[in-house]
Design a protein around this ligand. Sequence first.
Ligand SMILES: Cc1cc2nc3c(=O)[nH]c(=O)nc-3n(C[C@H](O)[C@H](O)[C@H](O)COP(=O)(O)OP(=O)(O)OC[C@H]3O[C@@H](n4cnc5c(N)ncnc54)[C@H](O)[C@@H]3O)c2cc1C
Length: 466
Amino acid sequence: LNYRQVTKRTISCLQSLIGDDNVLHDPDELIYYSGDENPAGISAKPDVVVTPQNTQQVSQVLTFANDHRIPVTFRGQGTGLSCGAVPLYGGIVLSFERMNRILEIDEDNLVAIVEPGVVLLTLREELARYGLFYPADPGERTSAIGGNVATNAGGMNGVKYGNTRQYIVGLEAVLASGAVLQLGGKTLKRSTGYELLHLVVGSEGTLAAITKVILRVMKEPQRVITLYVPFPNLTAAIATVPQIIREKITPTAIEFMEQELLLMVEQQVDQRMPHDGAAAYLIIRLDGDEETSLYKMGEAVADLCLARGAEDVLIAESREAQARIWDLRGRFYEVLKSTNILDTVDAVVPISQIAEYIRLGKQISKKYGLTIHGLGHAGDGNVHLMLLKDTLSDTAWSEKLPKTKQELHEAAVALGGTISGEHGIGFEKKKYLPLIASKDELAIMRNIKHVFDPNNILNPGKIFDI
Ligand SMILES: Cc1cc2nc3c(=O)[nH]c(=O)nc-3n(C[C@H](O)[C@H](O)[C@H](O)COP(=O)(O)OP(=O)(O)OC[C@H]3O[C@@H](n4cnc5c(N)ncnc54)[C@H](O)[C@@H]3O)c2cc1C
């Protein structure tokens, strides 16, 4: 791709546009902006980083970059797992770290208006002061709302509450040309032409910069309980999930994990789960406002689990007991990453096919000699397969990993699923996109890209090639 080089003059132009403080070009500082959290992924150093403080500055940077054909890659907190925030062609990284204000919490309309750099944890804490909560819950709470919207992030609450998209009612978006769009608003319904808002949600920084987000919030559920359920094997655990859903019970979250992984994590963090002697576990969170009906729901789930072979059902009620379970679950990725080289698959399959997908996954990884662990959001079919390098040599790992991943993605699609449930395509899954998107679909996507960003300056090299 034919982009202009960033020169000293480019840097001084950017400085005069948005101020010296908002332009970073020290090589040591630039390294921080060259990768994301995918340990098996690529990295690339930007030539310059800008940290605008308002929409007008974002618009000025984009107008300048578009006029000078300089690529721009947006960055939230860089916690993505698909190399989406990696500036493949160098150029400008536009980081939203300084646009991090919560602008309004509107209790009458149950919406919040926030800048894209607001960190999820900060938003949650602020909403809690009003007795409100934002249900979309990606496991990484240091991620930024703009990144969540750009990847249509999911998370553990997906079973009951869905992904980020369901909560976005309005966006301010800046096009490559610098034009500012106000999409949607505080209303909850709209039937007014093409829904550009939802084109921008999940577009991974390839269509527009998200500079303001209007999101739907809810009254915080009064009560939450967690069921921790040991099973003699993973198949029995997973096979229970569609049964729970079929009974019209909607837990907030259903996560699954295998013992091997649990023991590994327990050892690393020096903390024990209430029970770690079974081969597989389901962790089920239920929420509601009314105590009797919540416990009735808990009992119904427990009965179903026991009928499907669960060894026991442990119920955590206090905040502390539940936090211990979920905190440990939340640390799996971090622990694995610190002890092994790994890659993750973010496939999603119909819930009735999860057990089959894991069986196929293990078969495929065995064929290539890779260690694999299944972990994830069993309740919405989003299976995270963790591929570990373990004792493989570097050569064997780089030879076997792509073949294994190719087959794992093919298997998900063959079962009626897709290649990403929540992490997005980014660079990392670009080569697998044709497995799920037809030539016609890809042509439409390319045409849409051209309308939003005719010079292909926004996050080039991501999702698909032009
Ligand atoms: C331990 C761990 C657990 C995780 N668990 C989950 C999980 O449960 N569910 C889940 O969905 N993800 C999960 N993730 C992945 C990651 O946290 C999410 O993808 C998150 O949404 C990324 O947010 P970010 O701010 O870090 O975005 P970044 O990584 O900075 O960027 C991601 C993409 O969004 C684009 N982007 C960022 N901000 C903007 C903006 N304002 N305008 C336009 N484009 C923008 C970038 O260009 C890039 O393409 C996890 C990651 C880790 C490390």
